[in-house]
Design a protein around this ligand. Structure first.
Ligand code: SF4
Length: 430
């Protein structure tokens, strides 16, 4: 393998964990945190997301989740007009009116999130104060919380982090003498969550909660007896909020691929004193199935060079999966924010030849992509077409967030998501 390149702006290599990371700041090409509403509203079935934003915010949500037009909507935008932005009306009064109307019309809403946006942040509209005032008025029928989905200095998966962090103070405290409990943290499609719950049950871990809960009023309890597993690598604020309540993180690889999923489950099994032979017996069938499913894509992916442009914050664990289970060669792994603790075990498995970058300077990164000429570039929607026009194969990063990719039963599909653009390229080239 090649030695890691020394790049201007890199940290000097020190200990094993401190591998060189190129830090960049400049123009970014990412969606904002409002995007998280698309998957969060499906997960939390009695919650409503009221974005306090502009017409641009409303367009983003409508175009990303237009299908909701035909269903009972569980998100909406309270559009701030010019006179709001100019300070000519009291936005707090307007918000009280809109929330009152909404809750009168929709008694099924049990949790209402007031979601901040760039415009509400620019005019410093205090949504925390609004949530407190409205919460006092509408409790106990509705719990009212707030978080920011703004695109100022954030990337789109941070919307979920902010939303879950807002839920943590609402979680009931577990009794001091309660037995140890496991908490799965991160929004997973129900089908994937059910697979994990079944495996934990077969392992003998029966006290398992999920954050977010499907019903926002059934929040799991938390306390010093809580051991939590992160299902997503972008939940830094949520993790900190849980630890402030006494919970302890189980350090593990993220559950992508056969090995990542095994490692993730094993971290829980060890913490709960599950016998090794029993662990192996329970997970072996699903693990073998996952390994076989991954093999379908091996011929297409093996030895291929891949670059990730910073987008979803899933980049590090996905690159680890592709490198260790499919023998792909990561050229550059760009991520908007790198949580060194949460990703420490992942980083140890990333080949030393891979360049890791944090933050974004889109022009410089595109120059490097052109120079590196990877076989596949994982990037945002806006960059994919121009790169394809230059003859580079691309994969939309956001598809990886919207698809079920965690766990044993999804490992083959995850590999296939990367193989498909390369097969398409081969077909087009014939
Ligand atoms: S929150 Fe900001 S970035 Fe997101 S749609 Fe609204 S204005 Fe655009």
């Amino acid at each position: 393998m090649n030695a890691p390149a020394t790049l201007p702006g890199c940290d000097a290599p020190q200990a094993k964990a401190a591998r060189p990371v190129l830090r960049e700041r400049g123009q970014r090409e990412v969606f904002c945190g409002l995007t998280g509403i698309i998957w969060l509203h499906r997960k939390m079935q009695d919650a409503f997301f009221l974005v306090v934003g502009s017409r641009t915010c409303a367009h983003l949500l409508q175009s990303a989740a237009g299908v909701m037009i035909f269903a009972e909507p569980r998100f909406a935008t309270a559009i701030m007009e010019e006179r709001d932005l100019a300070g000519m009306v009291d936005c707090q009064d307007e918000l009280d009116r809109v929330v009152g109307q909404l809750l009168d019309r929709r008694p099924d809403i049990k949790t209402l999130f007031l979601v901040g946006s760039c415009p509400s942040e620019v005019i410093k509209l205090d949504l925390a104060k609004a949530a407190e005032r409205l919460g006092a008025r509408h409790m106990p029928q509705v719990r009212i919380l707030n978080y920011s989905g703004s695109g100022i200095e954030t990337t789109f998966t941070q919307g979920e982090d902010a939303c879950l962090a807002a839920l943590v103070p609402e979680m009931p405290a577990s009794p001091i003498d309660a037995p140890q409990e496991l908490l799965i943290v991160g929004s997973l499609p129900d089908i994937v969550e059910d697979q994990f719950l079944r495996l934990f049950d077969q392992l003998g871990i029966d006290r398992v909660g999920c954050l977010p809960a499907r019903n926002a009023r059934d929040l799991p309890q938390v306390g010093p007896n809580t051991r939590y597993l992160l299902a997503q690598p972008f939940l830094a604020d949520t993790a900190m909020a849980l630890e402030n309540r006494g919970a302890q993180r189980l350090d593990a690889l993220f559950p992508f691929g056969a090995e990542g999923t095994t490692h993730w489950l094993k971290a829980a099994a060890d913490a709960f004193g599950i016998d090794e032979m029993h662990f192996n017996a329970v997970i072996a069938p699903a693990r073998e199935r996952a390994k076989r499913a991954i093999q379908h894509s091996r011929k297409t992916l093996e030895g291929k060079r891949i670059t990730f442009l910073p987008d979803s914050q899933l980049e590090i664990p996905l690159a680890r999966f592709l490198a260790t289970e499919l023998d792909m060669e990561p050229v550059e792994i760009g991520t908007p924010y790198l949580h060194r603790d949460h990703c420490a075990q992942e980083l140890d498995l990333i080949p030393p030849s891979a360049r890791i970058s944090e933050g974004q300077h889109v022009d410089k990164q595109l120059d490097r992509v052109r120079a590196d000429k990877p076989d596949l570039t994982v990037c945002g929607l806006g960059l994919a077409n121009p790169l394809e026009a230059e003859g580079l194969s691309t994969k939309w990063a956001i598809e990886l967030v919207f698809s079920p990719i965690h766990g044993f039963d999804q490992a083959g599909d995850l590999a296939e998501l990367f193989a498909r653009p390369l097969r398409r390229r081969d077909v087009l080239e014939v």
